[in-house]
Design a protein around this ligand. Structure first.
Ligand code: MRU
Length: 328
């Protein structure tokens, strides 16, 4: 599997080949590939490709390797539900496919490719629905990166932006740096400038001031896991944006494919939040920015309660509160 090493952007655009489940797991853990849908697709394709070395083994041995490999990859990032969802799909396909190891491997690859194609299509449909919510001239505030880099297609939160730009509409984006790993300034700004979409990078704490000054028409963010009641886990800082948007009466939208819903969870309180290393905050910029005696907290995500969300846009349409995704 070939991925863009997102840790090197925006300085360098480099591709990395992943051959083993360990390499796939490491790429996911160090955020070389990131964004919930992209993680899922990479995991599914990576597992199927890495097991190619087991082509000559028995069907039972291959299935056992698949289960172990999936577990190793799955554990690397706990919040993005797409990761386990995609791995489970490939595993289920493997188990139900009759025949020898090569037949099972072929089916796993097909399933992984199917997940990638579905993801592409879901992005497009999310874009079409979300486009209807954009004013003629739209100044969009987003957070982190929920664009092409985070998916197999044109992104989720950024999909309507790309579509509006393609139609020649006036659209611009503001994005917070997204500390501590700078997905907003490094990645969202990189892909939007490449596409010729005007983008302004702001510090994460600037957003409420811009809202107060009337410089934001709407907020759109992606999601890593959405509970049945609409509570949404997304990059740390999303909750603060939603609170500020409510205060300033600015629409706050979440855009996500159905693969990001976790219908088994009644509410956001049950979402496991990934805790990341102290070094990302205390030494991430190449110098020591926190004294040794101070503790650091580094949750990768926070949960925005459903009542702060104006609508959730999926490939099936625009969903307004009260949300109930238990069976949809
Ligand atoms: O830690 P990251 O960079 O994987 O976090 C990504 C996000 O929070 C995205 O908003 C989310 O995964 C949606 S991507 C379409």
């Amino acid at each position: 599997v070939v991925i863009v090493d997102q840790t090197l952007l925006p300085e360098r655009l480099e591709f990395v080949e992943l051959h083993t489940v360990e390499e796939v797991g490491d790429a996911i853990a160090r955020l070389a590939v990131r964004g919930a849908p992209a993680i899922g697709v990479c995991a599914a394709m990576g597992l199927a490709a890495a097991l190619g070395t087991e082509r000559g083994s028995s069907r039972e041995h291959l299935l056992e390797c698949a289960r172990r490999g999936a577990q190793l990859i799955r554990d690397r990032r706990p919040t993005a539900v797409n990761l386990g969802w995609a791995l489970d799909r490939v595993l289920a396909r493997a188990t139900e496919t009759p025949g020898d190891a090569p037949a099972v491997l072929r089916a796993m690859r097909q399933e992984a490719e199917c997940i990638r194609e579905e993801d592409r299509e879901m992005c497009r449909r999310i874009g079409e629905y979300a486009l209807q919510l954009l004013p003629v001239r739209a100044r969009v505030l987003t957070h982190c990166n929920a664009g092409a880099l985070a998916t197999s297609g044109i992104g989720t939160a950024l999909a309507p932006v790309y579509m509006a730009a393609a139609e020649g509409r006036e659209v611009s984006v503001m994005v917070g740096e997204t500390r501590p790993l700078f997905q907003g300034s490094r990645l969202t700004a990189w892909e939007l400038t490449r596409a010729g979409v005007p983008v302004t990078v702001i510090t994460d704490s600037m957003a409420p001031m811009l809202m107060r000054d009337g410089r934001v028409d709407l907020c759109i963010v992606g999601a890593d896991r959405i509970a049945a009641n609409g509570d949404t886990a997304n990059k740390i800082g999303t909750y603060a944006l939603a609170v500020a948007a409510r205060h300033h009466q600015i629409p706050f939208y979440v855009a996500a494919p159905s693969s990001t819903f976790d219908r088994s969870l009644a509410g956001g309180g049950d979402i496991q939040i990934e805790q990341r290393a102290r070094s990302e905050i205390a030494g991430g910029s190449g110098r020591v920015t926190v004294p040794e005696g101070a503790t650091v907290e580094n949750p990768a995500f926070d949960v925005t309660p459903a009542d702060l969300i104006t609508a959730i846009i999926t490939e099936a349409g625009v969903h307004y509160p009260p949300f109930d995704f238990r069976s949809s």
